[in-house]
Design a protein around this ligand. Structure first.
Ligand SMILES: [Zn+2]
Length: 362
């Protein structure tokens, strides 16, 4: 099998082996997954120091102290062999091993989020956070301002990076985007990054809880309008009710009534659509219009000859004391829907890192 040796420590006594990556396992690939790296990359053998590995990596320390095969040198070359699954990004792997061996000048001063996520995945797997700590904090500073506010693959990377390297602000911001801008936690786990199931579960739980509250509050509003508890007349209530039903239907919230897990529903875009709901202009008689809730004055006149030759009614501003007087209601569905939407948006929060922190396991 083709292999390439990379001497992290030229006097090393341990061979860390990263097998050739399968095409299906390109999740941490730093080449964007579009190249043929998976088929051309040889098996990588990193010559390392067992002592450095065991000191920096809790996983390595436990493994070398165990009765596993890795704890005993291989008789073919008298080196310890530590073989990994072919899932890690080779570039990230080399950076982590150099950090473990204090090869400071070989560590890049900047990494993009894709490479950073690959490094975070390996640091989490090896449990060697401290070896990367200084570099990670420097890299975090440079990417902090670029956390996306819309759902994309980088959101998953920011969640993993901030979790592994303990940045509560980025963790809260990126999980908030996942809660409000994804249609399910499957979108977050799409890259296959090793994000804790408890994090994915809480993102999905919060997303569903907020959607359920939104739908319940809108249904409660609908119920009040049906029972004419809102609106100043039957016609006014009917106008508001119709506007609400049409708005909910256009947001896929009406029929069929959505239920958990609310597939295909996005909180942020649903709320943005509901904010655009406009009530039609509604006119009613002054008797059906409470003082202070209308404006203008229209007089209805009967025209003697309509287009079809039959009499019909029309609105006119011409004076006629005997005509029915109409006024335009100021009532709007917006006044009832906005507080519901505001309350939901106020509840937009990301997750608290302290509840999930990997450092809590120490
Ligand atoms: Zn009204």
């Amino acid at each position: 099998m083709a292999s390439r040796i990379i001497k992290i420590d030229p006097d090393g006594d341990t061979l860390v082996i990263l097998p050739k990556k399968g095409l299906a396992n390109g999740i941490f690939s730093h080449d964007g997954g579009g190249s043929d790296l998976g088929t051309t990359q040889p098996e990588l053998h990193y010559l390392c120091s067992k002592k450095h590995l065991a000191t920096a990596s809790r996983r390595a320390c436990k493994m070398f102290a165990s009765g596993f095969a890795e704890a005993t040198p291989d008789p073919t070359d008298n080196l310890h062999h530590w073989r990994f699954e072919p899932i890690f990004d080779p570039e990230a792997f080399e950076i982590v091993l150099k950090a473990i061996h204090a090869k400071i000048r070989d560590i890049p001063t900047f990494v993009d989020t894709q490479l950073f996520a690959g490094i975070a995945a390996i640091a989490d797997d090896l449990e060697c956070h401290d070896a990367l700590w200084f570099f990670a904090k420097t890299w975090l500073t440079t990417i902090k301002a670029s956390v996306p506010t819309v759902m994309c693959s980088d959101i998953s990377r920011f969640i993993l990076i901030s979790f592994v390297f303990d940045d509560p602000v980025i963790f809260e911001t990126s999980t908030k985007t996942a809660i409000t801008s994804s249609s399910s936690s499957n979108q977050v786990s799409l890259l296959g990054l090793p994000i804790r199931p408890s994090i994915l579960d809480e993102i999905e739980q919060k997303r569903q809880d907020l959607l359920e509250k939104l739908i319940n509050d809108l249904q409660n509003l609908e119920s009040q309008l049906i029972r004419k508890k809102l609106g100043c007349s039957s016609g006014c209530s009917a106008m508001l009710l119709g506007t609400l039903v049409q708005g909910m239907e256009s947001c896929s919230l009406y029929f069929p009534r959505p239920s958990r897990p609310f597939p295909g529903l996005y909180l942020r875009s649903t709320i943005a659509s509901l904010r655009k709901l406009q009530s039609p202009k509604y006119y009613d008689s002054i008797e059906n219009s409470p003082a202070g809730r209308y404006s203008g004055l229209w007089r209805v006149e009967q025209y003697p000859h309509g287009i079809s030759g039959k009499p019909y009614y029309g609105a006119s501003i011409y004076q006629n004391d005997n005509a029915l007087k109409l006024v335009q209601h100021n009532c709007s569905l917006t006044n009832h829907v906005q507080p519901i939407l505001d309350a939901i948006e106020t509840a937009f929060h990301g997750l608290e890192l302290s509840k999930h922190s990997s450092f809590g396991r120490k």
